[in-house]
Design a protein around this ligand. Sequence first.
Ligand code: NAD
Length: 194
Amino acid sequence: MATIAFIGLGQMGTPMAANLLRHGHRLQVFDVNKLAIEALVAQGAAACTTPAAAAEKAEFVITMLPNGGLVRDVLLGENGVCQTLARNALVIDMSTIHPLQTDSLINDLAARGFSMMDVPVGRTSDHAKSGTLLLLAGGTPEQVTRAEPVLMAMGSELIHAGGPGMGIRVKLINNYMSIALNALSAEAAVLCEA
Ligand code: NAD
């Protein structure tokens, strides 16, 4: 079982972290919202006061945050993950952010000797609770193989979308398709009624 830093305990992150605990992983959690941390501590996670503290001795660091600026702050900012991260750890950003932000984070971490992949998720917070998220992995074959046992504690379907940065691209195309198909279905329903 792995030691995992989990940062970003919102609607999605909290149930995802709870599923990792249920699968026997050791969790070191951080969020700016203390109540979110307490809820996971009650389920067996260790509370941390900064991203850097959460990343100490972690084999994996998972971020599940609202935007790319926050992911950058948490990874590279003051008291960020990179302050304490082991060189052989793997950073997995699961947030939905701009692909160019993903690319620059992967490059900036690589320049410091760290390995990062993107695994954004499809579906909803209900799927996060039931551990049935769609996992869209952007990473090298070695990164995907290494992350798979951790990822499969949170999802039911893992798709290797391509190299680092490709997970977020496929995720946005997936969103685009579902939005367009919803609009089409609504138009078709209106036409049927008429
Ligand atoms: P959320 O707003 O519920 O949670 C975000 C969490 O990040 C909050 O707990 C917040 O306190 C925390 N946070 C903010 N700034 C922080 C910082 N500097 N350090 C540590 N923690 C910080 O958002 P969510 O719905 O859980 O979404 C998270 C990501 O998942 C987003 O990128 C979103 O696009 C993506 N996503 C969401 C859904 C969904 O159905 N909600 C589905 C798929 C993907």
